[in-house]
Design a protein around this ligand. Structure first.
Ligand SMILES: *Cc1c(COP(=O)(O)O)cnc(C)c1O
Length: 393
């Protein structure tokens, strides 16, 4: 394992380590599960906060040939990262807004057409250019968010010509409850989608994101589009997490504070110390994605020893109770005392993204995408891990 790349503010004390080999391994696991369906990758929101450049490059090396982002600007950035225009399909989930057609075309991007107006817009553009450019159509089957509602699907099915002036490269939909395998809506959406795609013979179909890959073969269709599982978050609550952990977040201790008289800690004086206590103040706060709900609730780790967050999480800082370390020393553990400059784990081997999300009453997605830009970011991996293609050559 070597450091492949370092980014972020050069003087940042706290450190976010991103294991690109783990992302590669997660892609391979998902691709095996999805086989014979194609495994695409969702890298919206800066690859869920982990950095679209290094993430997209490692995925492309694993053989990933189809990418999804949310915004047109994310797609343009991704096009600049991926080696060749013809090497990868890039879909923009948020759709095609008026006036964006030529930009999609110029960068070789594919809109996900979400209503009849967008289908009409892309058709007119392709006619004017005399080029059947590729695009996806999204059908709503239960999210009521993006995609053609049932009324518009009926119009499209009655007039298949509406999609004849461009290359319909994908028909897709999105599951609402895939992380709850027993939820009846999963089957309802699967049936509705299976019926709908009969109107598009020969066109690849896709309904599964990360959790959908684990629902079973009926949900895989021709292409799956996982995001969060690539980054180590578990697909559902049944059984152990099959995904490799990708990130480790270490906070730097700025000060060790010995409190020996009764006193309060932090804003709002929400925690009161009774007796002598040693507190470590760490350089990460809610501006760095340590959600404020973790006040008096979350923990950091030194090895397997959990250090509770005392008081409120502030913008740039948290305060940790170091007493558990003292107890560990008394019971014979060989824990050396912490010093300013030392690092503690905020997310790591003993408390993964899902555990921190549970502490914060949220989901791993929100923890990852909240991490912010004030950490030193270190990308690690094998010096030159062979890609699937290279390994098979
Ligand atoms: C975000 C998103 C995905 C990826 O979802 P994960 O749960 O992160 O795997 C796939 N499809 C659509 C339409 C999305 O919005």
């Amino acid at each position: 394992m070597v450091i492949l790349e370092e980014t972020g503010p050069p003087h940042a004390g706290s450190l976010l380590t991103i294991d690109l080999d783990a992302i590669g391994a997660n892609y391979r696991l998902l691709a095996e599960r999805a086989h014979p369906a194609e495994c695409a990758a969702v890298v919206k929101a800066d690859a869920y906060g982990l950095g679209v450049g290094p993430v997209a490059r490692i995925l492309a090396r694993q053989g990933c040939a189809t990418f999804f982002v949310a915004h047109l600007d994310e797609a343009i950035e991704l096009r600049g990262i991926l080696p060749r225009v013809d090497s990868a399909a890039i879909y923009v989930l948020n759709g095609l807004l008026s006036g964006e057609e030529a930009t999609f075309h110029a960068h070789g991007l594919r809109p996900v057409l979400n209503d009849l107006g967008q289908i009409d817009r892309w058709s007119r553009y392709c006619s004017a250019e005399s080029k059947p450019l590729p695009a996806a159509i999204q059908l709503d089957t239960g999210m009521s968010r993006l995609g053609l509602p049932l009324s518009e699907q009926a119009v499209l099915f009655a007039q298949p010509d509406l999609a004849s002036r461009f290359q319909l490269s994908l028909v897709m939909s999105h599951l609402a409850c895939a992380d709850t395998p027993e939820h009846p809506l999963n089957r309802t959406q699967q049936r509705e989608f299976s019926t709908a795609i009969q109107h598009f013979p020969g066109v690849p179909a896709s309904i599964a994101a990360s959790s959908g890959v684990f629902l079973g073969p009926d949900w895989r269709f021709d292409l799956v589009r996982p995001g969060v599982c690539l980054y180590g978050v578990k697909p559902n609550d049944s059984g152990p997490n099959p995904m490799a952990q990708v990130i480790r977040l270490q906070g730097k201790i700025l000060q060790i504070h010995d409190v020996d008289t009764p006193r309060t800690v932090g804003y709002g004086a929400s925690h009161r110390i009774g007796g002598p206590t040693r507190i470590a103040t760490v350089a990460a706060g809610y501006a760095d994605g340590l959600l404020r709900i973790l006040s008096n609730r979350g923990v950091a780790h030194v090895g397997e020893i959990a250090l509770p967050i005392l008081g409120r999480v502030s913008m740039d800082l948290i305060t940790l109770d170091l007493s558990p370390l003292g107890n560990a020393t008394e019971t014979g553990g060989a824990v050396t005392p912490l010093q300013p400059g030392d690092l503690v784990d905020l997310i790591g081997p003993y408390r993964d993204v899902d555990a921190v999300a549970a502490d914060a009453d949220t989901i791993g997605y929100e923890i990852l995408t909240s991490l912010g830009s004030r950490y030193r970011r270190r990308y690690i991996g094998a010096p030159s891990a062979p890609s699937i293609a290279e390994a098979h050559a």
